[in-house]
Design a protein around this ligand. Structure first.
Ligand code: PEP
Ligand code: MG
Length: 594
């Protein structure tokens, strides 16, 4: 589909978020989702039954499509990945949606296509207006279903076709699109919208297709046939690069491919420094579909399972104890013999507040454990579900947004009561689940000695810790420049946390994005962090750094970082250090393309 209106600019760079690392170079294919705008048409009363039957037939055909997609997904990515489409399959016959469409056709005497469009658009608008990024992204699944049914009503073919070996540029893609495109060997993709946790991002990672989301303007800068580069590591799309840039990217692509080869060999090697210190590598996860990535990237368990996403899967904030227990059991089953760390629901801040509650300053407001202690109707079912699932294998529990020791004590009372209830009910569970706190508010780091006496482990959340130490909103572009996770003040608190933990023999994990900053890895080891937990695709590069250093070197680097007053200078210093010690990983450092 050639866009003749557009003159593509040479060497244009669009910045987005890299969600699946890798470099793709090739011709662009501008993919426009063909959405139909169905007009309302009155249907004669005697033809209403026929119209309802047409709707039923279209739903059945959509089911057949999805069964096909599920089969391809199972074959390519395994059972767990197929659950996204199984969920879509369920949505087709959703208790609310399906009867609503039928009722719409009947009550308004209107054509099926219009009824589908009206009912589904209404549900989508609710999801799109939600405060939850997760729900907004899931509305895409609903659009996919809507298009699928309407196409069948119009007897249209489902077109998820693109040119072979091209780079797909689209406003938005669905997980189904990317699965079908992958059969045509697409090289990469870039989207105007979407976030790292969208299903399409998860699929792209699982399929190993370099991908960028949230470019805002990729579709307006690219025409079909343009030569483009997708840099899924830095999150950049380069349109019609000049010769030098192209040559540099070809070299990068080759180096990255070599690195991946070596990563495969690295997978079974221990995560250990040259002087024999083991550093555990675990995964941050939000959805069960990501579990296959654990083994592929050498993760030894889950260091942070953000349960917010899981609880919102169903499109409602509150999932029953039963549903949660089933979901958590499946996760533990797949991760055993390694440990799964479930974080208690961390609502508030930039995440959804199910009660429709609004605040002027949500990051300093009703958030995380504060909400959960106030709302036992949320906390207790989640605790029961985690406990019930714990019978399946090693489990830990982690408390978000803790600021006071009294919160830990109050939590423990609820925890003990919940265990008593389950014992009375005769439900088996692990009565020895380690309880940890997120160290993400300065007060916890400053009082780490006190907290260390009361909990079984610490997990440092540098995303929030940085925002609270430096008073910088983690999501505000205007102050992004001063959001410095390697700031000596942040590092000082990490050190205090590690020292306090080790004084009483409890372990410290770090699960903020800082763990994926390779410049930080040697410093964190030097400060005493025992475990790093990160999005699984980054773990091989982290392991490469760990295996190339001595912990004693890390201690020296940490000393330097703690007194650094010039972040630029320190970054440059660490870049040179990494180049000398762990060549190859400089790939993952942000900055101008080299
Ligand atoms: C953190 O704050 O560093 C963290 C890991 O938690 P979240 O990003 O979910 O707030
Ligand atoms: Mg946090």
């Amino acid at each position: 589909m050639m866009d003749s209106q557009k003159t593509s600019e040479e060497g244009t760079v669009s910045k987005g978020i890299g969600v699946s690392p890798g470099i793709a170079i090739g011709p662009a294919y501008l993919y426009a989702r063909v959405s139909f705008d169905v007009e309302a048409q009155a249907v004669d009363p005697e033809k209403i039954e026929h119209e309802k039957q047409r709707f039923e037939d279209a739903v059945r055909k959509a089911e057949r499509d999805l069964h096909k997609i599920i089969a391809v997904t199972r074959e390519k990515l395994g059972e767990d990945s197929a659950t996204i489409f199984e969920a879509q399959l369920m949505m087709l016959r959703d208790q609310a949606m399906y009867p609503e469409v039928i009722a719409f056709i009947e009550s308004k005497g209107i054509n099926a296509g219009y009824a589908v469009q009206s009912v589904m658009s209404k549900h989508r608008q609710v999801m799109e207006a939600s405060d939850s990024e997760y729900l907004r992204e899931r509305s895409n699944d609903l659009l996919d279903i809507q298009d699928r049914i309407i196409r069948h009503l119009r007897r249209g073919r489902i077109l998820s076709a693109v040119d072979e070996n091209s780079i797909v540029i689209a406003e938005n893609l669905t997980a189904a699109d990317i699965i079908l495109f992958s059969r045509r060997g697409i090289l990469g993709c870039a989207m105007d919208f979407g976030g790292p946790t969208s299903h399409v991002s998860i699929m792209a990672r699982a399929l190993g297709v370099p991908a960028i989301v949230s470019t805002h303007n990729a579709t307006s800068k690219v025409s079909t046939g343009d030569l483009v580069v997708v840099d899924g590591i830095r999150g950049e799309l380069i349109v019609n690069p000049d010769e030098d840039t192209l040559a540099a990217y070809r070299v990068k692509q080759e180096r990255y491919a070599r690195l991946q080869q070596q990563d495969r060999q690295l997978m079974d090697l221990p995560s250990e420094t040259l002087d024999g210190h083991s550093i555990e590598l675990q995964a941050n996860l939000e959805l069960r579909e990501e579990i296959p990535l654990l083994e592929e990237n050498g993760a030894k368990g889950i260091g942070l399972f953000r349960t917010e996403m899981l609880l919102l899967m169903e499109g409602r904030a509150l999932v029953t104890e039963e549903e949660q227990a089933l979901e958590y059991s499946k996760v533990i089953d797949a991760v055993t013999p390694h440990t799964t760390t479930f974080r208690v629901l961390d609502l508030g801040g930039d995440k959804l507040l199910p009660m429709g509650h609004r605040e002027h300053n949500p990051f300093l407001g009703w958030r995380g454990i504060r909400i959960m202690l106030d709302k036992p109707e949320l906390l207790v079912p989640q605790l029961k579900a985690i406990l019930r699932a714990s019978a399946k294998g090693p489990t830990r529990i982690l408390l978000p947004m803790v600021t006071q020791i009294s919160e830990v004590r109050r939590f423990k009372e609820v925890w003990a009561d919940t265990m008593d209830t389950l014992t009375r009910e005769g439900v088996p569970f692990d009565s020895d689940i380690p309880v940890g706190v997120m160290v993400e508010v300065p007060s916890v780091a400053l009082q780490a000695r006190l907290f260390a006496e009361e909990v079984d482990f610490f997990s440092i959340g540098t995303n929030d810790l940085t925002q609270y130490v430096l008073a910088v909103d983690r999501g505000n572009d205007m102050v992004a420049e001063i959001y410095d996770e390697l700031h000596p003040a942040v590092l000082q608190l990490i050190r205090m946390t590690c020292d306090a933990a080790h004084a009483v023999g409890i372990p410290v994990s770090l699960c903020g994005e800082l763990a994926t900053n390779l410049r930080a890895v040697p410093v964190l080891l030097g400060l005493g962090v025992d475990t790093l937990s990160a999005s699984p695709v980054y773990l091989p590069a982290i392991k490469r750094v760990i295996r190339a250093m001595k912990r004693t070197e890390g201690e020296g680097l940490a000393e330097r970082a703690l007194v650094s007053s010039d972040p630029e200078e320190f970054r440059g210093f660490m870049d040179r250090w990494l180049e000398e010690h762990a060549c190859g990983v400089s790939f993952f450092l942000e900055g101008p393309a080299d």
